[in-house]
Ligand binder design. Structure first.
Ligand code: COA
Ligand code: MG
Length: 305
């Protein structure tokens, strides 16, 4: 799967932002029909998103569309109209506030019909937003619901509302949070979602950092999400892309070490030995798996041959 380090949410009704994101270095563009779009602009956003999908030069970017929640009057038309008109351009549909496997199944079956009807050869994927208490409780069944699913995404503002927690900002554990709670307030929720995602071969994506004028806090939040097993993080402003890409890319030092570990392991295997030491650290099969994962990621990002 292509890297999904950074995902920029782009309001569907603001045309100039569609042009702007094309110039950026973001891995994934998420054209949004949901919460960044006012109710009276829902139809305009849908039309504009279709037009942009068909007419702009998206280069190598992965394109996703966030439809409205399945409990709104807008979602089914979002799915139908956008996927019919531009399904061949879309990598995945982002479903907000997924509560159970049925939500994923509904979208998946609609896509079955649309793909057959339109003769699309590349299946459209699904990204499921985990942003309710019930969604997190059922993260495992949601992750397993469809072969189309590529990622689980944590939605921090809606999740806070869903559990009745005080939302200081949508900047997660970065902003003002340490005064409120000693430690990482979202550790459990993110880890729970990551576990469900990884158990089913999906990527796990962290929520956006709301304060786009705070690069230090953004970097810290991204580093923590990366340490918890996330593969990327949403952004809401183009200024956040570079930091997120950098945090979720392996460093040259990490790559060099992974190569050393893989070479040492190869040699140990040839000599019939198990665990060995590399630069004063133990290397066994688990460490080798981690090194291989990092090396594969670096290959994806064209950082190694
Ligand atoms: N996607 C694409 N372009 C964006 C962008 C985005 N999400 N956010 C800002 N830009 C563009 C602006 O249009 C502006 O372009 P210009 O230089 O050509 O005029 C440039 O980046 C700088 O923007 P700036 O003036 O700093 O921000 P703003 O005041 O215009 O917008 C927000 C601030 C928060 C309203 C805006 O970033 C936004 O709408 N973000 C997305 C919100 C969203 O999607 N929420 C739902 C997901 S959680
Ligand atoms: Mg949300």
């Amino acid at each position: 799967m292509k890297p999904r380090r950074s995902i920029l949410s782009v309001p569907g009704h603001v045309e100039k932002m569609h042009h702007k994101v094309c110039q950026s270095q973001v891995d994934v563009v998420m054209l949004d029909l949901e919460d960044s779009v006012p109710i009276d602009a829902k139809e305009k956003a849908r039309e504009l998103v279709i037009r942009s999908l068909l007419s702009l030069d998206w280069q190598e970017k992965t394109l996703t569309i966030r439809i409205n929640g399945l409990d709104t009057p807008f979602a089914y038309r979002d799915l139908l109209e956008v996927a019919e008109a531009a399904g061949h351009m879309i990598d995945a549909i982002v479903i907000p506030k997924v509560n159970n496997a049925g939500d994923v199944d509904f979208v998946s079956r609609m896509l079955d019909g649309i793909e057959l009807n339109k003769g699309f050869s590349n299946p459209i994927g699904i990204e499921a937003s985990i942003e309710t208490a019930v969604g997190l409780e059922r993260a495992t069944e949601i992750a397993a619901a469809s072969d189309r699913t590529k990622t689980l995404v944590f939605g921090i503002a809606d999740y806070s509302a869903s559990i009745g927690a005080r939302l200081v900002s949508i900047s997660g554990h970065g902003e003002k949070e340490e005064a409120l709670y000693p430690g990482h307030r979202w550790h459990f929720a993110i880890s729970r979602m990551v576990m469900a995602a990884k158990a089913h071969g999906l990527m796990a994506i962290d929520a956006p950092y709301g304060n786009f004028k705070d690069p230090v806090g953004l970097e810290r939040a991204a580093v923590m999400a990366c340490a918890l097993g996330c593969d990327g993080k949403w952004a809401i402003h183009p200024d956040q892309i570079e930091i997120i890409n950098q945090v979720f890319s392996p460093s040259q030092e990490d790559i060099d070490r992974a190569i050393k570990v893989l070479k040492a392991h190869e040699k140990a295997e040839a000599e019939g030995r198990g665990a060995v030491a590399v630069e004063g650290r133990m290397v066994d099969r688990a460490t080798v798996r981690l090194a291989r994962q990092l090396f594969e990621q670096a290959k994806h990002l064209k950082m190694v041959q």
